[in-house]
Design a protein around this ligand. Structure first.
Ligand code: PLP
Length: 385
């Protein structure tokens, strides 16, 4: 069912359409100039020397792990409160995700628990800026440096954000952005690895292109059918890169609009005693991936689910962001995880509600979404009495 006020909706302008159609008319539909233009814009946005466009954020994460030589027998410390791709990529590489619980305020990993989880087998910390919040990234960086391991930044939710003057995407040895339609900017499907490490960037360029050699020889008659390593087809098509260029050129404007929508929700919902509204520290500039509120601990997961279903009945998009990764059937079966393993992540995850959030959300629709949320909460309160 198509909801009247969706959870998310990309902002597509005439400039986007023009850029995509001109790429289409150019006749170069893959491995063309748009990919590099897009890479240069994103690299400069987050202050990195190299950027490697690819077919999805998930593909980018997979390549980073491979390029770092992470594989069977290795451990990667990561968060159970995220989109599943951030730990699936560790499994693709044959390594083991070691989950640690989160800080209930920022929803990012608790730095003390990260440090405590490091063993001689730990090769990397894979940190996610949950919903775009860079809180604790400096702490993870310091821990990684102290233990001489890698910091991988899954910054798929944070393009355009920063803490102080440090942009999201500039914390890790490598970072990965994603451009699915619900992200700050979209290419339909797409992702990008960012790093200052030239060797790692070139390895990713080879991995995305079937393991072909990288450099001036690429595309030459002699090397096109030469494969130096096991690679993948993780390339970003030119049509998608063209959309990325047009979107990235107005990133500042898009982020400004997202901030205004988020601010309106905060002002509207902050006084509600049944809700925990996200709070961001003064030095953080949020680009806002999604807008997620939490019911207080007196509500159960069943009540939260009924509230979401009630919102859907009123054609208002809402979703539980995120169910814990360790409790997904596949992870339970493989690793024996059970409820109670990461109590803070679970307590949060049972009570979150993502609200409709996109640049074109009108004040009227936003008020309707907030009022519908409150109506459904009140229904639960009445049910109890
Ligand atoms: C969106 C996202 C990804 C990548 O998703 P793709 O759909 O593969 O582009 C990875 N990690 C997190 C935390 C995400 O939110």
């Amino acid at each position: 069912m198509l909801e009247e006020i969706p959870l998310s909706r990309p902002e597509i302008t005439d400039a986007d359409v023009h850029m995509v159609t001109s790429a289409l008319r150019s006749g170069r539909l893959s491995i063309g100039p748009m990919q590099e233009v897009f890479e240069n814009i994103v690299a400069s946005e987050c202050g990195r020397r190299h950027a490697v466009a690819c077919s999805s954020g998930t593909a980018g994460l997979h390549m980073v792990l491979l390029a770092m030589g992470i594989g069977p027998g290795d451990e990667v410390v990561t968060t159970p409160f995220s989109f599943i791709a951030s730990s699936n990529c560790i499994l693709y590489a044959g390594a083991k995700p070691v989950f640690v619980d989160i800080d209930p305020k920022s929803l990012n990993m608790d730095p003390d628990l990260v440090e405590a989880a490091i063993t001689p087998r730990t090769k990397a910390i894979l940190a996610v800026e949950c919903f775009g919040n860079p809180k604790h990234m400096d702490a993870y960086r310091a821990i990684a440096a102290r233990h001489e391991i890698r910091l991988i930044e899954d910054c798929c939710e944070g393009l355009g954000g920063r803490h102080g003057d440090r942009p999201i995407g500039s914390y890790g040895h490598a970072g990965v952005f994603g451009f699915y339609p619900n992200k700050q900017i979209t290419t339909g499907e797409g992702g990008m690895v960012v790093t200052d490490d030239e060797r790692l960037a070139n390895l990713c360029r080879s991995l995305r292109n079937q393991g072909r050699p990288v450099g001036q020889a690429t595309g030459g008659v002699g090397t096109w059918m030469q494969f130096e390593r096991l690679g993948y087809n993780y390339r970003m098509p030119e049509l998608n890169a063209a959309l990325g260029v047009a979107q990235a050129r107005r990133l500042g404007e898009i982020v400004g609009k997202r901030q205004r929508v988020a601010q309106r929700y905060i002002e509207r919902l902050l006084g509600n005693p049944d809700l925990i509204v996200p709070t961001i520290d003064d030095r953080t500039f949020m680009s806002w991936f999604v807008f997620v509120v939490r019911l207080t601990d007196r509500y159960s997961a069943e009540e939260r689910n009924r509230i979401i279903e009630g919102m859907h009945r009123h054609d208002v998009g809402a979703a539980p962001y995120f169910p814990c990764i360790h409790l997904q059937p596949f992870y339970r079966e493989k690793f024996g995880f059970k409820p109670g393993d990461f109590p803070i992540a679970e307590r949060v995850s049972q009570r979150t509600i993502a609200l409709p959030f996109y640049t074109g959300l009108t004040e009227r629709d936003q008020e309707f979404a907030a009022a519908t949320l409150e109506l459904m909460i009140n229904r639960e309160n009445i049910r109890r009495t």
